[in-house]
Design a binder for this molecule. Structure first.
Ligand SMILES: O=C(O)CCC(=O)C(=O)O
Ligand SMILES: [Fe+2]
Length: 226
């Protein structure tokens, strides 16, 4: 880090690299967790992470609260993210239990994690390709830098299966993940040196049949202070 660009979340960082390595090593040691074989992204899957009852409860909470999803870059085209979403109450019992288990599995302090976000996609709804890390050339980056810095890891639990469509598509890595109830998908948004990894671009493809529900938790490099 040079003094002209203090804490540039857009570049390599030993602190972010160390955080990534710690999580990676922990996930590699967990026999319940499988690594998705791609050299481009650190990505892992854990089946049956959330129970059917937990998924049902989280879907119910999302149905009660979801509003049309917002974007950081509010000027993007109106069909960019057509799902509905909400921030779930962190003190609700199921939200707290699932959130705590995500932190424990990853070995990350709960303070680093943003509130669990719920999201629902009806037929035809989607979230086009985007990054979960913050591009540092945006007007919102200074606020994000000061409220915990980069989003280093994404953890997402699928709360429903979908009969057709709705896959999470990683175009650079050349694969897609079909929603499966209870499955946790985890990936690093960074390269091994702690810089944003553009190969992590991903999209939620339009749902063709059914309704897709997910919860997502993003982990910052420093404690999240909204
Ligand atoms: O719903 C999905 O499959 C992906 C959601 C996503 O990328 C996000 O919420 O950032
Ligand atoms: Fe995303």
């Amino acid at each position: 880090m040079d003094s002209k660009t203090p804490d540039d979340g857009g570049a390599a960082s030993p602190a972010r690299a160390a955080m990534s390595a710690k999580v990676r090593e922990r996930l590699n040691r967990n026999p319940m967790v499988s690594r998705i074989e791609t050299p481009l992204i650190d990505m892992y899957v854990r089946h049956d992470f959330a129970s059917a009852q937990e998924c049902a409860r989280l879907r119910e909470l999302i149905d009660a609260d979801a509003q049309p999803s917002s974007l950081f870059a509010g000027s993007a085209s109106p069909d960019w993210r057509t799902s509905s979403s909400c921030h779930l109450d962190p003190w609700e019992a199921t939200v707290e239990a699932v959130s705590d288990r995500i932190c424990a599995l990853m070995g990350l302090a709960p303070a680093l994690g943003e509130t669990l976000q719920g999201q629902r996609y009806h037929v035809g709804q989607q979230y086009k390709a985007h990054y979960d890390f913050f591009p540092v050339n945006t007007d919102y980056w200074p606020r994000m830098r000061d409220s915990g810095g980069q989003r280093c890891w994404t953890a997402m639990v699928y709360l429903s299966g979908v009969a057709a469509g709705g896959e999470t598509h990683f175009p650079h890595a050349g694969f897609m993940v079909p929603p499966r109830e209870g499955m946790l998908l985890v990936w690093s948004n960074l390269t091994a040196d702690g810089a944003p990894n553009e190969k992590t671009a991903h999209a939620a493809l339009p749902v063709a049949v059914g309704t897709k529900y997910v919860v997502t938790k993003w982990f910052r490099e420093r404690p999240w202070t909204p």
